[in-house]
Each structure stands twice: as C-alpha cells, then as structure tokens.
Design a protein around this ligand. Structure first.
Ligand code: PLP
Length: 374
C-alpha cells in the first residue's frame, strides 16, 4: 500500500463549475487583479476576521512586501526562530534588513519566548513569529515583548491558515500576517500564490493597504507614477478562482487534519517518540504531523520501504544554511533547532486519508520500533 501526502484532484469539488469560471476569465482577458482577486481577498478577510487582505505572487513575496511596508530595511533588525523554512529569513535579507535568530522551544517546536525575552529589545525593529507546522506560536508572550519594545509584528502564517490562538485566527494577530498558497500548503493554489493580511485600527490599515497595493505593483500609485521602488507581485487571477473555490471547505479539511493527528497521537503513544506539544490555548491545523525520534533516518527508510511518504522538514536549521553564512552564526548556537533538524519526521497527513492508510502508517511505525500493531 502507498500512503501519499497530497490529493490535489480530490480537493476539487465541482469540476464543471470551476472550469467554467476559469474559462470566463480566459475569454474576458481580465488577467491581472480583476474582480476575482478582489472577491477572494474579501472572502479571506471574512474568513480570518481581519479588515484587509492583499493577494501576492507567493508567501515569500508577502513576507518581503510586509518588510517593505514596515520600513524594515538597512540597519533594522528582525528576530525570528532558527528552525523555520528558508523563506522566512530570506525575506528579511531580501528586504535589506538584518536577521536575528532565537532558538525553538523543545516541546512546542515554535519560537522560545524566554529566549526572545533575553534579547535587548531596544536593538530590534520587528519580531516575526512562525506558526510552524500549523501550530500558533506563543503569541501572548511574543506580543507582550513586541508591545514592551514597540516592535512591528509580522506573522509568518504560511503553514497555519485557519489555526487559532485563544479563539482568534492567526495572521490577524499582529500588524502584518503572511500566507502562502503554494500547492503543499493547507489552502493550495494550482501554482504559486500568497497574501498579506492587515490588522489594527481602520486608519492604520487603510494607510498600510494603500502602500502595499502600490508596492505589489512596482510602486505605482497611478499609471506611470512610481513613488517608490516596489515588486511586481500580484495574486494571479486564475489562482484566486481556485483558492476562492477551496476556501469554503478549508475548515472541514483542517478539522479532518486534527482528527488524523489525534488518531496518530493515540495510536503511536508508548513508542520512543514525542509529538509537537499543543498548549491549551491553541487550535493547530496540522500542516505537518511531526514525530521526534533519535532514530529518525532509520524510521524514514523503514516507512519508505512500506510505501509511506514521510519527509524531513527541515534538515538544516537557518543558522547552518550556506546562503546565510555571512551572518556569523555557528554550529551549537541554537541547540534545540539543531536537535529538531536531526530528529523530526513528518508523517503523511491530508484531508480525506482513509482508515486503511492511517492503519498502515501506524502499523509500519509500530513495527519499526518492534511494537505490535496498535
Ligand atoms: C511555504 C512557506 C513560506 C514561503 O511561501 P511560498 O509561497 O512558497 O513563497 C514562508 N514561510 C514558511 C514557514 C513556509 O512554510
């Protein structure tokens, strides 16, 4: 039996209706920022409980644009976790700002708020929590730190659309919330896509939205009037149609991911592995279901032999990546991030996984550890 990580065709509900909507756009020729993009942006704001959203070409561009809109460029320092996807920190570097790292919490795998509190907040301009693997970061403590030092908050919510912290959706908790609709993410476009979500008082949101709207269109405020240098990074119209179609089913999909995660937690209990600890005040969306074991590579090989597509996310922490060698970080500096890079394995999790598939992953994992099927 093969257990895969994705079922893209299965995410499309009504093929003729979706194809007809795409055909309408192809015939009308309204290919860039047409009404479909605006309609999806409004649907996203309703879903998240945020006043404004702007579609971008990718999650990476959403992060870069948020940096630009918050004036996080040369001479400004942005702190995030040492264990994240490359793009989080690449965005800070692409914007010209300086990345600062803190280690992960060994239980929740998200940014350690105590390590953050140990930094001198006066040297920082912004904090960028990552809701890693679909689980909200320790937002109460991180927000308190940001407030105390007057820092901009950019949430990297690329993996966590729909997740809640104390009942509120992530991405609408800070100043800028950044999402990715890469096909691997919980809300998947048929290609690249992303969005920035704004929160705050109406006047601030309006000012930021106007600036971001220009920044995603080469800084243009009116035709041929470029007030600053921007990116060319808009959400594609066809992707907006696909995403709008899927958004209505996202909560059901995320609930199914939670159901599968609960089954894994229950049926893999007692084995020599640990899970991502979810504090009481978060509702994760399980972009990935991670197990932590010092036999990670052998477990991965055994699962691969059993047809189970388990993957390593991420094998090299930020501070040891060649692309960031210029920042002077060294091995041993963020020991939790390094241990997680060695010990985490993501088991397949996707909405609609069958009982037989879950049974197979559980049985193969238990067999590896010499335990009987549970
Ligand atoms: C996927 C991802 C991004 C980047 O999103 P893209 O749409 O692939 O550019 C940024 N941060 C995190 C944590 C991600 O998982």
């Amino acid at each position: 039996m093969k257990v895969g990580r994705y079922d893209y065709a299965g995410q499309i509900d009504d093929w003729p209706a979706l194809v007809a909507r795409i055909e309408r756009v192809l015939r009308a020729g309204s290919y860039v920022l047409g009404p479909e993009v605006a309609a999806f942006e409004r649907a996203l704001t309703d879903y998240l409980g945020a006043p404004r959203a702007l579609g971008t070409n990718s999650g990476t561009d959403a992060l870069v644009l948020a940096h630009r809109a918050a004036d996080l460029g040369r001479g400004r320092r942005v702190v995030t976790a040492a264990n994240t996807f490359h793009a989080t920190v690449a965005a800070t570097v692409l914007a010209g700002a300086e990345p600062v790292l803190v280690d992960a919490d060994p239980a929740t795998f998200t940014l350690d708020p105590q390590a953050l509190a140990a930094l001198d907040g006066r040297t920082l301009a912004a904090v960028m929590p990552v809701h890693l693997y679909g689980q909200p970061a320790a937002m109460a403590e991180i927000d308190a730190f940001a407030q105390r030092h007057g820092l901009t908050m950019i949430e990297d919510a690329a993996q966590a659309i729909g997740a809640r912290h104390r009942g509120r959706r992530v991405g609408a908790l800070g100043d800028y919330g950044c999402f990715s609709f890469h096909p691997s993410k919980n809300l998947a476009a048929a290609g690249d896509g992303g969005a920035i979500v704004l929160a705050g008082d109406p006047a601030t949101v309006a000012t930021r939205a106007a600036r971001l709207d220009a920044l995603r269109s080469l800084g243009q405020t009116a035709q041929n009037d470029h007030r600053e240098v921007g990116l060319n990074s808009k959400l594609d119209t066809i992707q907006a149609i696909v995403l709008h179609d899927k958004l209505a089913r996202l909560d059901a999909w995320n609930a199914d991911r939670r159901r599968i995660a609960a089954l894994y937690r229950e049926r893999l209990a007692g084995l020599p592995l640990t899970f991502q600890h979810a504090p009481e005040d978060v509702e994760p969306v399980y972009h990935l279901f991670q197990v932590r074991t010092d036999a990670r590579d052998a477990l991965r090989a055994a699962l691969a032999a059993a047809g189970v597509d388990a993957v390593v996310r991420y094998p090299v922490p930020i501070h040891l990546q060649p692309a960031f060698a210029g920042f002077g970080w060294r091995a041993g500096q963020f020991p939790v991030a390094e241990a997680l890079a060695r010990e985490l394995l993501a088991l397949p999790i996707r909405p609609g996984m069958s009982d037989a598939e879950i049974d197979h992953v559980v049985a193969a994992t238990r067999w590896f550890f010499g335990a009987s099927a549970g």
